[in-house]
Design a protein around this ligand. Structure first.
Ligand SMILES: [Zn+2]
Length: 216
């Protein structure tokens, strides 16, 4: 899904110069790790979908034009696996320049608003209501934000080096956030067996107490 490209020093997506490859509608709808087939089918693509500049995106993020509380993040990892997240905006956006900081681009001088989003975990955990919350740029402007060159100063004589570092960091944060959501898939390998084991023990304990009480 990704191609290796040559970039001028300091401008690549990461040290290997890997950029996001254009995705088609079918891949996007099939990529969701925490949405039902119906939810993925119902989504509306971003209005500028046909003119997106994929090379300047670490992930594709947008608010559903028809269901404004819904947001989506689509990311292709280094193994070429494309994963999509369905998110819900939970409160009013905080104005640009407020103390809120987007967890992905982590820029304190953001030119855009930041808001709280929740996203269901993958698989059974998510169906049971387990969600993760995070602060994000309300219109998913992270890729544009990290490309704003900071002013030249003695500590950062080359603003484009700073931009290149921010691009790498954004890519890593999006990857680890999606991995956190994805790891819980299937109910999950981790908690379900423990839970199943735990319940009979507790039941047995209660029954034991009951019978003791009866004897006394
Ligand atoms: Zn952001």
């Amino acid at each position: 899904m990704r191609a290796v490209r040559k970039f001028p020093p300091g401008i690549g997506r990461n040290t290997q110069g890997i950029v996001m490859q254009p995705l088609n509608e079918k891949t996007i709808r099939a990529s969701f790790i925490n949405a039902s087939r119906q939810e993925a089918k119902k989504l509306t693509l971003p209005e500028n979908f046909n003119s997106l500049d994929w090379e300047s995106l670490e992930y594709l993020g947008w608010r559903d034009p028809k269901m404004p509380q819904r947001g989506y993040m689509i990311y292709t990892n280094a193994n070429g696996e494309t994963r999509g997240l369905l998110l819900r905006a939970t409160e009013g956006a905080r104005k640009a320049g407020s103390a809120a900081m987007c967890e992905m681009c982590r820029d304190v001088t953001l030119p855009c608003a930041v808001g709280m989003f929740t996203t269901r975990r993958s698989g059974q955990a998510g169906r049971d209501g387990d969600t993760l919350g995070t602060l994000l740029c309300t219109r998913f402007e992270c890729s544009a934000n990290v490309r704003i060159a900071p002013p030249k100063d003695p500590i950062n004589p080359d603003p484009m080096v700073v931009v290149a570092q921010r691009i790498i960091q954004l890519d890593e944060r999006v990857n680890s956030f999606i991995e956190r959501v994805y790891r819980a898939r299937g109910g999950a390998g981790h908690f379900a067996p423990l839970h199943r084991h735990h319940l009979p023990c507790r039941t047995a304990f209660r029954m034991g107490r009951l019978s003791r009480n009866r004897i006394i």
